[in-house]
Design a protein around this ligand. Structure first.
Ligand code: NI
Length: 341
């Protein structure tokens, strides 16, 4: 795999550098002045503690465990993968949420067991039944092809308003994960998002990495954002998307609303190129996708203007995240993590 080659190259580079500068030690782990840091796309760097601080603010991690996550299949197989690979795995039938591939079954004595879906028939033959028989999503959303366009990091007076014009003209709904401090500074644009019947989610107050914060500080980020949004529109956000998609048990229990990540990353912040964004979406989109954009870049708005008619041509409806969950018959729970529907 290409990714493996890339990360191997970086590790090799780190090794060579440590040989040259560190006197042939592999990597010089006894040197406390150097920090090893990891990115969710598999890069590994060694640098001074001081230099590392900036990287950590940009979403790099000191603990390799934090750039990894687990995906599952209904047959019970699981894999530990880089967080940046989640979308790719979801597109080939894996799930980032274990509860998607399991069912809770109960026997006549009331004993409960969580088992992988492929084993459900076997248990039924032994007299177990599915405890919460929810409507299979294949049945509910069968005839409706739909996706959710989602926009992070705003609002921004210029670009967000132009985007709203485009969404309105095309009669398309979207979801905005807004930052509390920007919502405070630009309550007018947030009001328009709300009045245009878009869904509003929290992207926290100041875009810090929540997994590096104490429970108290996480709660503070969540509450401050809710207050800023409530002040502008008289409603609390219905969803949350933690910055960098980073979450842990504290984030889950303190969010108060469903956690929504994404299955198609347009990488618009990186390319700032409408053609590249268009290509990313049109190649990766599928029924139930959650697409990640940032409404603070004019290039992203340019791309969306072209993407909407193309998705319509392919028969997709563009709806808010909560509407997409509803169409696909999936109930979202507070603290649950959702990447697609
Ligand atoms: Ni963000």
């Amino acid at each position: 795999m290409n990714f493996l080659k890339k990360s191997a190259a970086v590790i090799l580079l780190a090794f060579v550098l440590s040989c040259v500068f560190g006197g042939f030690n592999i990597p010089n782990d006894t040197d406390d002045s150097l920090a090893t840091i990891y990115s969710t796309d598999g890069r590994i760097l060694r640098m001074s503690e001081n230099d590392a601080q900036q990287y950590l603010k940009d979403g790099w991690e000191k603990d390799f465990k934090n750039v990894m996550t687990t995906v599952w299949k209904t047959d019970g197989s699981s894999k530990s993968i880089l967080k940046s690979q989640v979308g790719m795995y979801i597109n080939s039938g894996w799930s980032a949420d274990k509860s998607d591939v399991t069912v809770v079954m109960t026997d006549k004595d009331g004993n409960e067991k969580e088992i992988f879906k492929d084993n459900a028939e076997l248990y039924k033959e032994k007299g177990w039944r599915i405890k919460t028989e929810s409507v299979p999503k294949e049945d509910k959303g069968k005839n409706i092809k739909a996706v959710a366009l989602t926009f992070d990091d705003g609002p921004n007076k210029q670009t967000t308003n132009r985007l709203l014009d485009i969404l309105e003209e095309n009669n398309v709904k979207a979801t905005f994960f807004v930052l509390g401090d920007r919502a405070e500074k630009d309550a007018e644009t947030l009001k328009r998002i709300y009045n245009d019947k878009m869904e509003i989610g929290s992207h926290t107050y100041s875009h810090k990495q929540l997994t590096k914060m104490s429970a108290e500080n996480i709660k503070n980020e969540v509450d401050k954002t809710n207050n800023a949004i409530y002040k502008a529109i008289g409603q609390n956000p219905t969803l949350i998307r933690p910055p960098y998609g980073s979450y842990n048990e504290n984030v889950k229990s303190l969010s108060g609303v469903p956690i929504v990540l994404w299955s198609v990353d347009t990488l618009d912040w990186k390319s700032k190129n409408a053609d590249a964004i268009y290509k990313e979406v049109t190649e990766s989109v599928k029924d139930g996708s959650v697409l990640l954009f940032h409404d603070i870049y004019s290039t992203s708005v340019d791309a969306v203007e072209r993407i909407i008619p193309e998705l319509k041509n392919r028969g997709y409806e563009m709806v808010t995240v909560s509407e997409l969950a509803e169409i696909k018959g999936k109930e979202m729970k507070s603290g649950g993590v959702y990447t697609n529907f």
